[in-house]
Unconditional design. Structure first.
Length: 273
């Protein structure tokens, strides 16, 4: 028996990295999963994004955990894409209990201060995509009528400003991740009467393909003292996706039943520095 038996969870950015880890961890506690990902690159983002094959692998891992899964290729920048994915997933698995708005991008190392397209792509994914996810999923949780939990992935860059370099990339990332906190607090108020809890998680750098890629290796080699996504108090350069998933599963489950409107760091002491 798992703490999340007989629940349905939707995860964006589920094809790999944190999203995959969240989906599998939720499934291990008994949740059926609607796994959503764009499964295509964004031209302005300097590293490869997930693929359809990655999303299929996530689905296989959920099934190996003994749970049902529906996958959907959808871009969080499109509200209609997400609404269609929710309709497809809930038609098969039932209405939602848990939502993890996890999809996000970063572009550390791109230093142009006036790159409007990059700025828009980051904000549209990291902030507008979270709002789209909330808007597309809240009606399903409300219609089910037994409350639920929304967990929004922000970042330590959503709580601190350290690492700003004047680039459009870092302005967009910090602004979008701070904006997620505003969405979280507003949604916590909006949906409390429906017993829907809304919280955000704030990781420091996480050892996933967003950070562990060829572009970032070049950036770190050229700037070994950069603390844009590092600078942790504890002696680790990154946390693991499982560390964030543990927080997500807790916020989704009954042990956090009265936790809402909270910004939860998973940061190895990053904010204390």
């Amino acid at each position: 028996m798992g703490e999340l038996d007989n629940t349905v969870a939707l995860v964006t950015g589920a094809a790999r990295g944190q999203g995959r880890c969240h989906a599998v961890a939720l499934a291990a506690e008994g949740a059926d999963i609607i796994a959503i990902d764009r499964c295509a690159d964004i031209e302005s983002i300097p590293y490869p994004l997930a693929t359809k094959e990655d999303l299929d692998e996530t689905a296989d891992l959920v099934r190996a955990a003994g749970r049902q899964v529906v996958t959907a290729i959808a871009d969080v920048r499109s509200l209609s894409d997400l609404q269609a994915a929710v309709r497809t997933g809930t038609a098969e698995l039932g209405e939602l209990d848990i939502v993890v708005a996890n999809a996000g991008v970063v572009a550390i190392g791109l230093t142009d201060p006036t790159d409007e397209q990059l700025y828009r792509d980051i904000v549209d994914t990291n902030l507008n995509g979270v709002w789209h996810t909330i808007a597309a999923t809240a009606p399903s949780i409300i219609s089910k009528g037994r409350g639920g939990s929304m967990i929004l992935t922000s970042s330590m860059q959503g709580l601190v400003g350290r690492g700003g370099d004047g680039s459009a990339a870092m302005f967009a990332y910090a602004a979008s991740k701070h904006g997620v906190v505003g969405l979280m607090r507003s949604a916590a108020n909006a949906y409390a009467a429906h017993n829907i809890r809304v919280n955000s998680v704030h990781p420091t750098g996480v050892g996933t393909p967003m950070i562990l890629n060829e572009h970032m290796a070049t950036v770190f080699a050229a700037n070994p003292t950069s603390d844009a996504m590092a600078g942790n108090l504890l002696p680790v350069p990154f946390v693991e996706p499982e560390d964030v998933a543990n927080a997500v599963v807790w916020l989704a489950g009954p042990k956090a039943r009265y936790i809402t409107g909270t910004a939860l760091p998973v940061d190895a002491g990053h904010a204390v520095m």
